[in-house]
Design a protein around this ligand. Structure first.
Ligand SMILES: *Cc1c(COP(=O)(O)O)cnc(C)c1O
Length: 325
């Protein structure tokens, strides 16, 4: 297995959600990956522990990455790079002049260099745009390392391969077996790591990825490709098959980072019952999906369910007015 840095507060705890369990007639637990840190909080830092180790090993002095204006990934990358004494450049997707708030405010606070592109440029050529910035850095005598969107590539996904192993150790400590694991899917790297470890250990757990954009077919390919890319870093024989990558695309709603009233009402309800804050872009949609699938019995209520809270708190504040309080 590839080496990594220690940047996250690990292991993250697993808690039972008692009131929701009672109400939903199941045993629902949450893994608090929203508590991997504060500045670096959320799922991205697990992936960045591997990505930034590779960057340091390559003697890079600059980290380049990309995302939406409220990208948790960009904020975590900027914070981690800054902490390591590296320069951070982020390419952010914007359609209008952005308000300085949430994650974007923190990018600025940590001193990142910000570049903008349109949604069209982002979709068609974000990797080329980042490569152009990297070339600029080398012309000026520096060395840049590009972290792909969401750190969802072979190296980054190792963070969630490791997280799965952490969950297995916690199962033994707690005397609980999780039959079903549910996680939000935005760029696929989190799911891919969990998927690989589940396949490697042949535990047959059901790992469900709740898409927050795009569709099932798209993510099956994305996850498959990331998993393939990770195999040489893991160095084990793992049989990967598109058929057992489980993506549910029924809760994307009206699109990436856009919220329907019922999703926000659900976030408010979970907050009131459990003092657990979900985010509108990822975990709110993913847990809303879990809730609905339990109601329809497409996810069985028997056994123990683990929801991985992947973070996103800073992205909630720019949406506060939509709650209508
Ligand atoms: C990025 C992100 C996800 C999705 O993880 P991927 O590895 O990109 O699929 C889920 N939740 C939060 C809060 C995120 O920032």
């Amino acid at each position: 297995m590839k080496q990594k840095l220690n940047l996250a507060n690990l292991p993250t705890k697993i808690e039972k959600l008692n009131r929701l369990s009672l109400e939903w007639k199941t045993n629902l637990y949450v893994k608090r990956d929203d508590q991997t840190g504060s500045e670096m909080s959320g799922n991205k830092i697990r992936k960045l522990e591997y990505a930034l180790k590779e960057a340091l090993d390559n003697n890079s002095d600059t980290i380049i990455t990309c995302g939406g204006i409220q990208s948790n990934h960009c904020r975590a990358t900027v914070a981690a790079a800054t902490k390591l004494g590296l320069k951070a450049i982020v390419l952010l997707r914007v359609s209008e002049k952005p308000k300085i708030e949430g994650n974007y405010f923190l990018d600025k606070l940590f001193g990142a260099e910000i570049r903008f592109c349109t949604p069209e440029e982002y979709k068609s050529s974000r990797n080329e745009l980042m490569k152009t910035i990297a070339d600029e850095i080398s012309e000026n005598g520096g060395k840049a390392y590009i972290v792909p969107e969401g750190a969802s590539y072979g190296t980054g996904t190792l963070g969630y391969y490791e997280c799965f192993m952490e969950i297995i150790a916690q199962e033994k400590e707690m005397g609980v077996v999780f039959n079903t694991i549910v996680v939000a899917v935005g760029s696929g790297g989190t799911y891919a790591g969990l998927y690989l470890a589940n396949k490697f250990l042949k535990l047959g757990k059901r790992v469900i990825g709740m898409a927050v954009c795009d569709n099932e077919e798209y993510f099956k390919n994305v996850v498959y490709n990331i998993a393939q890319e990770a195999l040489p870093h893991i160095g084990e024989e793992i049989d990967i098959d598109r058929c057992d990558i489980e993506i549910n695309d029924k809760y994307v709603g009206i699109g990436y980072a856009l919220s329907r009233p019922e999703e926000l009402a659900f976030i408010a309800e979970v907050a009131k019952k459990e003092a657990l804050v979900l985010d509108p872009v990822y975990t709110g949609k993913a847990m809303y999906g879990l809730y609905n699938e339990l109601k329809q019995s497409t996810i069985p209520k028997t056994g123990n369910i683990l929801f991985i809270h992947t973070g996103g708190l800073f992205g909630l504040f720019p949406k506060q007015e939509q709650f209508g309080f």
